[in-house]
Design a protein. Structure first.
Length: 165
């Protein structure tokens, strides 16, 4: 399993940063590789994206979601084998740090070589920069989902997290 950790600071309050991230169907407007995203229900999203030059489709499940703090997911069907979480940390003065953690299994020669060269990490960083530009330009989210999935105290990757701290 390969791991990626990238972060970006956005000049909007944590609520705006979080609320925009919950609008998965807006991802094609924000993230270059995402072609379509359809929220099937509160915890399932169907994706179509170009990855390593290939058009891929898959479903993911949100396994934990805590408003203004965390969204955690895993792939459930098709596509790339991945999971991870995005954390939102208020920095004061209407600024937020957005941290993305992704675990994925590179498939095929191109993905394995790309992973070794850091292409996946640079792609995640680039997508975060697009997200930053989008939300800062708007100043407010396109929508919001404030529901909670899972509990405040859960485990992820073998370590306990209390409210994402």
């Amino acid at each position: 399993m390969a791991m990626i950790h990238e972060s970006v600071q956005v000049k909007v309050p944590v609520r705006a940063a979080y609320d925009q991230w919950t609008q998965f169907e807006e991802f094609p407007k924000i993230m270059h590789g995402v072609r379509e995203a359809h929220q099937l229900d509160e915890t399932h999203v169907r994706w179509r994206a170009e990855i390593w030059g290939k058009d891929m489709e898959w479903e993911s499940q949100i396994t934990r979601q805590i408003p203004d703090k965390l969204i955690e997911w895993t792939t459930t069907a098709g596509g790339p084998d991945n999971g991870g979480f995005v954390e939102f940390r208020p920095l004061g003065n209407d600024q937020t740090e957005v941290n993305v953690h992704v675990n994925y299994e590179p498939r095929g020669v191109a993905a394995t070589i790309g992973n070794a060269l850091g292409v996946a990490s640079r792609t995640v960083h680039s997508e975060l920069e697009r997200y930053k530009e989008f939300i800062e330009k708007r100043g407010k989210p396109t929508g919001a989902w404030r529901g909670e999935v899972g509990g405040e105290r859960e485990t992820w990757s073998g370590k306990t997290q209390d409210s994402c701290d």
